[in-house]
Design a protein around this ligand. Structure first.
Ligand SMILES: NC(=O)c1ccc[n+]([C@@H]2O[C@H](COP(=O)([O-])OP(=O)(O)OC[C@H]3O[C@@H](n4cnc5c(N)ncnc54)[C@H](OP(=O)(O)O)[C@@H]3O)[C@@H](O)[C@H]2O)c1
Length: 238
């Protein structure tokens, strides 16, 4: 199959971690991948089936304009939209600035709502396609020093559940994947990280394998929500 005929999977945040692993998995499975990235100068994927578009997900007004341009440039059906990019700002609430609160909600929630809203008419016209959100165990219960991060992930979960109800009749499936700790650069700027053992964190490839399972499900069924977590939960301070 030529690159032009391959179905397209659109993934945000493919520069590292889970997004990068998902991009590689989707390419290995014969898809083309469009990465929505913050800095187009980085391209760790390096594959003929991959291209990327620069977007700043923390800027909702600009994002609406960019995503409309990106949609105009598509040359094939979209098999799936994977809303993955995100940031962590972990601290007690009074240590977070209003700027931090806005940044986390805009990047982790509002951006995904805006991108999804833009892609939805296309997916509905196609009569099939998947919208997948990368949530978190923080979408399931709140924890200390996680107020705004948890809020952003709870928001994604509610959004995904409501959208799943809105989309079923159009053939568009909506799924949410909630990882626990995954060993990625997500922790680079945080003061904690998963314990050292390989049982203390999932690998980004584990999440990519779950994405493959979600997309491969029989079209008449939906994997609404999947939780995965390390075998042994253990965190350490840096
Ligand atoms: N790691 C975990 O333990 C874990 C657990 C549960 C859920 N998650 C979720 O998984 C998702 C991926 O995280 P990860 O662990 O793979 O971390 P990561 O390696 O830090 O990846 C985050 C990605 O988001 C992108 N991004 C951040 N801000 C952006 C912006 N303003 N515009 C566009 N892209 C932006 C980053 O781009 P740059 O490289 O350019 O900054 C990067 O590609 C996040 O939603 C995170 O909340 C992670």
């Amino acid at each position: 199959m030529g690159v032009k005929e391959k179905p397209l999977v659109v993934i945000s945040g493919t520069s590292s971690g889970i997004g990068l692993a998902m991009a590689r998995e989707m390419l290995d499975r014969g898809n083309a991948v469009l990465g929505l990235v913050q800095d187009a100068a980085k391209d760790p994927v390096q594959h003929p089936g991959y291209r990327q578009e620069q977007v700043d997900l923390s800027d909702p007004d600009e994002l609406q304009i960019r995503v409309t341009e990106i949609l105009r440039g598509l040359d094939r059906p979209v098999r799936a939209l994977v809303n993955n990019a995100g940031i962590g700002r972990m601290a007690f609430l009074e240590q977070l600035s209003v700027c931090d609160l806005r940044l986390v909600m805009d990047t982790n929630f509002l951006s995904h709502a805006i991108v999804t809203r833009a892609f939805l008419p296309l997916l509905k016209r196609q009569g099939r396609g998947d919208i997948v959100f990368i949530g978190s165990e923080s979408a399931l219960s709140g924890g200390r020093q996680g107020s705004v991060y948890c809020a952003s992930k709870f928001a994604i979960r509610g959004f995904a559940q409501a959208l799943r109800e809105e989309c079923g009749k159009s053939g568009v499936r909506v799924s949410l994947i909630n990882p626990g700790a995954v060993r990625t650069p997500f922790f680079d700027d945080l003061n904690f990280e998963p314990g050292e053992s390989e049982d203390n964190a999932s690998a980004p490839e584990d999440v990519a394998a779950v994405l493959a399972m979600v997309l491969d499900a029989r079209p008449g069924t939906v994997l609404d929500e999947i939780n995965l977590s390390p075998l042994i939960q253990s965190w350490r301070r840096k």
